[in-house]
Design a binder for this molecule. Sequence first.
Ligand code: ADP
Length: 628
Amino acid sequence: MIKEKGTISINTENIFPIIKKFLYSDHEIFLRELVSNAIDATQKIKRLSSLGQYNKELGELTVQIKVNKKKKTITISDAGLGMTAEELKKYINQVAFSGATEFMEKFKEAKDANEIIGRFGLGFYSAFMVSEKVEIQTLSYQEGAAPAKWTCDGSTAFEIAAGKRETRGTDIILYVNEESAEFLEDHRIQQILDKYAKFLPVPIQFGTKSESVEDGKDEEGKTKYKSIDVPNIINKTQPIWTKAPSELKDEDYLSFYKELYPFTEDPLFWIHLNVDYPFNLTGVLYFPKLKNDFEIQKNKIKLFSRQVFITDEVKDVVPEFLMLLHGVIDSPDIPLNVSRSFLQSDSNVKKINSYISRKVAEKLQELFNKDRKGYESKWNDIGLFVKYGALSDEKFYEKAKDFVLLSNTQQEFFTPEEYKTKVKDFQTDKNGQLIWLYTGDADQQHSFIQSAQQKQYDVLLMNSPIDNHFMQHLEMKLEKTTFKRVDADIVQKLIEKEEAPKHSLTEEQSNQIKALFEKALNNTAMKVEVESLAAEALPVTITMEEWMRRMKEMSKMGGGPMSFYGSMPDSYKVAINANHRLIGKILAADEASQTTLAKQACDLALLSQGLLKGADLTKFVERSVEVL
Ligand code: ADP
């Protein structure tokens, strides 16, 4: 064969310096690109063989990676379909872009190496990020093909000549440059392969490992062992997401999970994804046991394209509320050289996103229908996903409303629809509004819960970080439904009924009591009112109005327009129970005892709301001792 020299493309004068210089942070992807090319070439020869277009032995198809520290080379070898000299010219020389000018323009917009490589079909050329010279030795599968060699020293000049490869396939030999010496370290290569190549569909060998094998018997007849070097295959060629769900057992899913995330607890359940229209997607998504450190758990979904790892930043592919899921997604519709901007704008990606959201909803509905008790037992872990999903994704809410659960202080679970039925008899107010009572802290609000329950009211437990938002959402969605915390008012007024209870005090007595207690409290933020409560209820009850407390809580969480409320002083309502014996006693007492009794009753109420602190608490204790 005649030696041939030329330049890669008249317009590519500046491309190598750019590749080398600007794409620095992504250097390790050269190996991903070259190994993917080797895999593609291998898959192609397999396909040709199965189509009967190649009739010779396929032989050993393992892709091999070798590092020679002395010669400073990395070689990637495959037994794929190889290339003829003509094909080298066609596929390697004609870099797939129209000209340097366009390249430079696009380059300025591009945010990372992936975008450049993807847009211009520069996969192979990423080799130059780490090499001062690249050599290709290749022999095509085609009848009568001659081995060919391509070399290029990183300038735009290349050389094609007769090669020396004797078997079908391709060697890519990288002469690693000074700055990239790290890639001559085995552990570095191993690390990159672990990241990108762990599940590639063709076996990949990197180095050898020792294995112990049987070696005859000793004098006593015991089996002897010796250690031999065997090829170190770094990948699993058939990861579970490539198999049909019917072939798989629970153990398979669990052990794959352990392989991806060693040292984590078993997941709660999983979803096997499998679509081929209108886009291609396979994968397995796991619901992990949730810990409180949400942040650390993010970015646990790995995105693959035909088993090549792409990224674990799946923000645009997976609905945000499902970012805490773990697992893998594989879609050939996502190009290998995917970039941020691609993911954001691609319509397939949007479809994938809503598909995943739908699948998750279906799985949850299925669990709910099939095994309600089991589903309830997992609610602690999945509740946050479901509520957050319902809040952030309208379509998801439409499905989730049938399997989102509310639990009450008795640990019973209800869907919103079920709950409506449960409470409608006792908890509808005089305007036909359903009042759903809840507590954020069952211990702290114990006395309020108790008095609500005495009136046959049910109390929900709403103590997760997003429950405030979730309740507001439900109020918007459900008709004539309002949430009220149990301590938002005295029990008679939490749910207002027709008959307004009357008490027996005269107006003058009422005013006297009111004045006495205002003086005892000595706090303008506490609004005193005389109410007619059950004789056995507490003499003084302190409450904070629902909307005021909610505004304050929201302002604590989010700021924004709500922060205004955060700066307002707390304001409370103080209900004096006109029917309590103590009130009669106060009215009949002398002035000094009146003050002591009123103070004592107020402090007890403050104490039960956790509002009595510091010097006031000390005074209360002293006064109590005195009274005793
Ligand atoms: P892409 O893989 O995106 O097409 P590359 O620059 O990585 O872009 O490769 C260009 C072409 O060179 C490939 O499409 C393929 O035809 C050929 N090629 C690259 N590596 C190999 C290989 N190991 N064996 C056979 N052909 C290869």
